[in-house]
Design a protein around this ligand. Structure first.
Ligand code: SF4
Length: 76
């Protein structure tokens, strides 16, 4: 799964939301988040992000961001 990290804070671009084939982006308090269970891991959004905020969860120390993305995408 892919997740959004803190580089997204205050970013005003929504290119990622527009390209996502399964609409799994949600709005958090001050940044976007990806629902980690809805993401199909296609990777299309990652190069679209001008802030380099979208990362695969296979990178080190991503657990806290997976939980953060889950929390804010399930508040809806
Ligand atoms: Fe959507 Fe694909 Fe990005 Fe997952 S990796 S959030 S499915 S565009």
């Amino acid at each position: 799964t892919y997740i959004v990290t803190d580089n997204c804070i205050a970013c005003k671009y929504t290119d990622c939301v527009e390209v996502c084939p399964v609409d799994c982006f949600y709005e958090g308090e001050n940044m976007l988040v990806i629902h980690p269970d809805e993401c199909i891991d296609c990777g299309v959004c990652e190069p679209e992000c001008p802030a380099d905020a979208i990362r695969p969860d296979t990178e080190p120390d991503m657990e806290k961001w997976v939980e953060f993305n889950r929390k804010y995408s399930e508040d809806w």
